[in-house]
Design a binder for this molecule. Sequence first.
Ligand code: AMP
Length: 118
Amino acid sequence: MSTIFERIIDGEAPATIVYQDDLVTAFKDINPIAPVHILIVPNKAIPSVQEVEAEDEAMLGRMFTVARKIAEEQGLAERGYRLIVNCGDEGGQEVYHLHMHLLGGKSLGPMLDRKFRL
Ligand code: AMP
């Protein structure tokens, strides 16, 4: 079954796309938690990190170079930003199409809220 992200990549569902090439698509998160909140997703429908294969390494690398490019465009290169990839239930993944969150534009604080710490 296709996810909402596949439909966005194919242009069948609305999104504010900020970048697209042969391997990845980036668009604004519909429910942002920071002034800049962009999702970078592979065009190939890979459900999560648990399904990535060696043959996907070029695409996985592209996710990072595109993150850098978008961070620069958004004025985050000097300020700093955070990249997050959630995986599976306890990892907090909601959409089962691999994606990287690019977050920035404010001080993001510690990586995890204290309530999630041991
Ligand atoms: P995750 O919890 O890592 O699976 O994150 C899924 C993210 O997808 C959440 O931040 C959602 O706000 C975002 N999201 C869900 N549906 C859409 C959509 N149609 N367009 C843009 N972002 C979306």
